[in-house]
Design a protein around this ligand. Sequence first.
Ligand code: ATP
Length: 598
Amino acid sequence: MSEPKSSELMEKIVSLCKRRGLIFQSSEIYGGLNGFWDYGPLGAELKRNIKECWWRSMTQLRDDVVGLDASIIMHPKIWEASGHTTTFSDLMVDCLLTKKRFRADQIEPQSGTVYKYPGAECKVIYRYVGAESKETGLKVNKPFAVLLKKGEHPEKARKLAKQFYAQGSLDQAMKITDGLVLHGEVTAEVVLEVDPQKETTEEVVNSTGYNPENGSLLTDPRRFNLMFKTYVGPQDVPKPDFDPAANLEQWKAWRRAFDESEDNKTYLRPETAQAIFVQFKNVLDVSRQRVPFGICQIGKAFRNEINPRNFTFRSREFEQMELEFFIRPDEVVQKMAGAVAGLADPQPSTLDPQPTWGWELWHKYWVEQRVRWYESIGLGRDTLVEYWQKKEELAHYARACVDILFKFTFGTQELEGIAARGDFDLMQHQKFSGKSMEYFDEEAKAKYVPHVIEPSAGVDRLALALICNAYCEDQAPDEKGKLESRVVMKFHPRIAPIKVAVFPLLKNKPALVEKAKAVRDLLRPHMSVFYDEAGAIGRRYRRQDEAGTPFGVTIDFETLGEQGPALQDTVTLRDRDTMKQERVKIGDLAPMLVEKIR
Ligand code: ATP
């Protein structure tokens, strides 16, 4: 079978997500809301499984990480301390022609010939009833330009320029369009002219100043803060200095201004990490943890992204899974161990934490842990890329950052960032809150503000990666053995929304149905089970293949003992990927499946 193009493949994936109830557009019956998504029955299970696997690997399978579940809305000072109010912004640009908005750093560089115009003349031709006729015009002086790629005709640039001037430029609107009505006229025709004498051209290479979709000039980049503002109330409302009953409208405006005043303004959190820093001391006091140790959290985050895109990849509401792992500063390690082991030192064959480790090795350790976790839920190393950010790409407080990228159907993009953040965050909160963030290390006999390694992953991006990774088209025999194409979602059993489907061979044989329901009830306490008795067995398998259910259990006449006692109380267990079937005793099913899904 030939490989489908990535855009075609993505369309198939998006349509399967809707058809099978993985992901729906938010508020769909009202036309949707850009950047927001809902997870249907299968999607909700998938997300829960992802979060449970992550939580288990971080907390239950380790001694040195504990959990936190903090509020979404927090004190606004937190966002000042973290730097979000001043620096959590992206540069945005607008297309001068279509007004479409882009993130400046996402504009693909382009090369070609730029056609530049200083302005345009708008001629309005009036036609009068009598013998008299006259002509007049308006001018707009506003530079505009169009980038044409090799082979495109200059007329295209002129046409776009005319469209731009017809709409009126941003700050010098001509406000003249067709249908203009003037006194005494019978008809009016607007003719826009760009003067070809004044057209100039310039060759550009790798320019990001033009809209890749139509070549139109873009505005200069402007900063846009991505945090969603909100107002917390009610508060003690002062008395207005007028009579509200007599001035209802004035009172409403006064009240709105009060509610939205800066005093009660805060933000929906744009990341979960800050709550961990501000609760660092509380958690330390109650958990009996000692540095090095970590605090992790899963929760919603909100970013008013300029350009949500690639399905759920860049959303405005999403969930994060973040760990802040607190370590000793290198100076303390040096004092205690006499040396600090770093990347330049001979690498240990196993990455078991050592007391000599400095931040570099702790950082590398967490990169490796995270990659191994992705492998454990079905994203092979060959689907991932470790991108070590270059010095000039690092945030000002970061010492190093590794992005774990996944080869999505639409390109290789970030799944998780693992940053070595030094002591920046705790220091900032110490400064802004006036509360000490120092830790007394009994072993080192030293007081210090711990440094931190932060692996930060997105649940929704990971769900999308797992969906892209699972999607597969292959061939399977139908009832009569004839090969037909099938869509199968090859989710790893650990994260598959439904773990096992149970089918009676025929729905009109009460003994089969009764036994199948007994098997369903036997498995239910251990895993998510789907019971299906509708339609031919082949069709039922196909439906579960599309839902990504790894195992199918069929109760047939052998189960009832009709082929002799040897097969009584055995079922067929079908593997979704190989489609192989084996005979298994009912009593062995639960332990056997639990082993595979854990
Ligand atoms: P990007 O560069 O893609 O905007 P980022 O580097 O700003 O991401 P972080 O602030 O490091 O992202 O957030 C950590 C993780 O949270 C990301 O790796 C991603 O998985 C997830 N994430 C961030 N922004 C979004 C979003 N708008 N939609 C979905 N997931 C997101």
